[in-house]
Ligand binder design. Structure first.
Ligand code: FPP
Length: 232
């Protein structure tokens, strides 16, 4: 259900780089996995909030291709969160008329996790009003190279439309706004092709503390921007 207090100029698609879980945990003298767990809870609330505002797509950078080289213990903790989210929480999302989509190369992930992720996607309601997109083992460069190789294999010349259809994000409109928490000012291989005209918003807030109010600040900032798409 759309909240009647929603701002007028609302992004259709928001990308979210959820950075700062490790530092949030460190401040509390807790292991990094504690921060990721808090990050997951923050993400669940934010997805509900974004949907209530009328945002149509939220892409969350859950695991980058580079993150796959993190210590085994940390990766196992993240896979544990995927297991718990995709076997329990995802059903609540469906009930709220929201769908799940996965972007990224799932092949190096444990088989049971891949199955849960794929079931999460295929069990989604058709024609949902909101889609939560998980970028998992995702990186823009591998995504672009994969699309180029697919086009080469098919002997096809591509244009923007046909190339877009070869990306993991096929069928999803380009992000209007990308938010990065945790103080770094870069995109880190996240939706770089799709973000050609995205507005960027950076905040020092560590991801587990990034709540609905912080999200609203980003949306209000976005609403003030003059998006000319290269025109005058
Ligand atoms: C970056 O922060 C965050 C990640 C690599 C993982 C993000 C994952 C979640 C929020 C959990 C989501 C889980 C599900 C199932 C949706 P960092 O750890 O690099 O933080 P740091 O820069 O402070 O070390």
């Amino acid at each position: 259900m759309k909240d009647s207090s929603a701002p007028e100029k609302l992004p259709v698609h928001v990308g979210l780089i959820m950075d700062g879980n490790g530092r949030w945990a460190k401040k509390r003298r807790m292991p990094r996995s504690f921060g990721h767990n808090a990050g997951m809870n923050a993400m669940i609330k934010l997805a509900e909030h974004a949907q209530s505002l009328g945002v149509k797509y939220l892409t969350v950078y859950t695991l980058s291709t580079e993150n796959l080289s993190r210590p085994k213990e940390e990766l196992e903790a993240l896979f544990g969160l995927f297991r718990s989210y995709f076997s329990k929480n995802v059903k609540k999302l469906y009930k709220q008329n929201a769908a799940v989509k996965i972007v990224g190369d799932l092949s190096p992930l444990p088989d049971d996790v891949v199955k849960l992720l794929k079931d999460g996607e295929s069990g989604s309601p058709v024609g949902a009003e909101f889609t939560l997109i998980f970028a998992i083992n995702y990186g823009s460069r591998p995504e672009i190279l994969r699309a180029v190789n697919l086009a080469v294999e098919r002997g096809e010349k591509v244009d923007e439309k046909s190339f877009g259809a070869l990306l993991f994000t096929s069928g999803v409109p380009d992000p209007d706004l990308i938010i990065r928490t945790g103080g770094e000012i870069r995109l880190s291989n996240f939706l770089t092709y799709q973000a050609a005209y995205a507005e960027l918003y950076f905040t020092d807030v560590l991801f587990p503390d990034f709540d609905g109010k912080e999200f609203d600040k980003a949306i209000a900032d976005y609403a003030k921007r003059d998006r000319r798409f290269g025109k005058v």
